[in-house]
Design a protein around this ligand. Structure first.
Ligand SMILES: Cc1ncc(COP(=O)(O)O)c(C=O)c1O
Length: 368
């Protein structure tokens, strides 16, 4: 008998921390992969569900709101969930190059995963409308960046045509493997809450993500992993709201450049999600987006992209209609560091510059 046992001392062991293997390994049985699929991963997924106390208080009614902070993925956005699948499957098929159109995040993610898989990555972006951080990422990850004189919708038409004519795989959300990977965020939410939320609030651009979440919620529900399906609340910026207005927007405009999309490729699928979930699609102004963006930063310590803040802006806009004691998840799709220009222009902080480096001056500012 060991001395510890003889002395009657009990040692509480810390649970062994298991390494997160990336979403394909974590949810292998739910994804179209086999032993032959080479898994290209940066250990994406497993992002936190963070309680938003200040939002709970603004809404009242015993409502519990969480942020699914997908800005903590390896390249800083939810796109990594889809990209690990799309690039793994492209690698399995022997592909040597991928292409995408992007408002920024897809290009960063495609570049990172493609280069990790030893492939070339071509990315088409609307010149002048991609946040600095995202452009920096695509360049550092070694993408071949082509900035066009045209918007995202035009870029997408071009890459679709090129991928049909040449041996180059399209990795926008029309690639079905993208949505397969992205649906795992819904699994994670249910695994964490032990049930589906009552509402899921999500920004919409091409509407791939809302479609993927719904797929995940439905799949888990069918396997009795949840007792209900959420109401899917999709939000768009008011200057770029084709799904709310039910028509193509030729010249979409919004501060939330990630969702500056006038002709969403997944519109039929999104409309189906809205119908099946008894959901709603609502637009929020840039002003409302920035208010939510600032609130998340200064009250919750969460720095997200303006596009992501539209989920919280939208929730606050319909707060009168939220049923008592609901559990709500707002998806924060991207990290705020991606768009430093927006952050520097839109905050309520006091910033004293060119201050003399002595305690007297600094005490004056602090107020002592
Ligand atoms: C940060 C961010 N949020 C939301 C979206 C919209 O996602 P989806 O196009 O799947 O609707 C995007 C798309 O680029 C994005 O980058």
């Amino acid at each position: 008998m060991s001395l510890i046992k003889k002395l009657g001392i009990s040692i509480k062991r810390k649970p062994i921390k298991r390494e997160w293997l990336g979403l394909i390994e974590e949810y292998r049985n739910w994804l179209p992969v086999s032993e032959q699929t080479p898994i290209i991963t940066l250990q994406e997924g497993g992002t936190p569900l963070i309680p938003l106390e200040s939002i709970n208080q603004l809404i009242g009614k015993g409502v519990k709101v969480y942020a699914k902070y997908d800005g903590l993925n390896p390249t800083g956005s939810f796109k990594d969930r889809g990209m690990t699948m799309a690039i793994s499957k492209a690698k399995e098929a022997g592909c040597e190059a991928v292409i995408c159109a992007s408002t920024g995040n897809t290009s960063a993610s495609a570049a990172a995963y493609a280069r990790r898989a030893g492939m070339r990555a071509f990315v088409l972006i609307p010149d002048g409308y991609v946040a600095q951080g995202k452009l920096a990422q695509a360049l550092v990850y070694g993408a071949e960046v082509i900035a066009i004189n045209g918007n995202f919708d035009l870029a997408l038409d071009i890459v679709r045509e090129l991928s049909e004519k040449y041996p180059i795989t399209l990795v926008n959300s029309v690639n079905p493997f993208r949505l397969q990977g992205q649906k795992t965020a819904a699994f994670e939410i249910i695994d964490f809450l032990n049930d589906a939320p009552d509402w899921l609030c999500i920004p919409m651009g091409n509407a791939g993500n809302i479609t993927a979440y719904w797929m995940g919620f439905e799949e888990y529900f069918k396997e009795n992993k949840s007792t209900k399906l959420p109401k899917m609340m999709g939000f768009q910026a008011s200057g770029s709201a084709p799904l709310v207005l039910g028509k193509i927007i030729k010249e979409p405009e919004t501060i939330a450049t990630a969702i500056r999309i006038g002709n969403p490729v997944n519109k039929e699928k999104a409309m189906e999600v809205k119908k099946k979930s008894n959901g709603e699609f609502i637009s929020v102004t840039d002003k409302e987006i920035i208010e939510a963006y600032k609130l998340l930063g200064k009250e919750e310590g969460i720095f997200c992209e303006p596009a992501s803040a539209s989920s919280v802006a939208g929730l606050l806009k319909c707060k009168e209609n939220i049923p008592e004691k609901s559990t709500i998840v707002c998806v924060l799709t991207g990290n705020g560091l991606k768009d430093p220009d927006c952050a520097i222009e839109n905050n309520d902080a006091s910033f004293h510059s060119k201050v003399d480096a002595n305690t007297t001056e600094i005490c004056k500012i602090i107020g002592f």
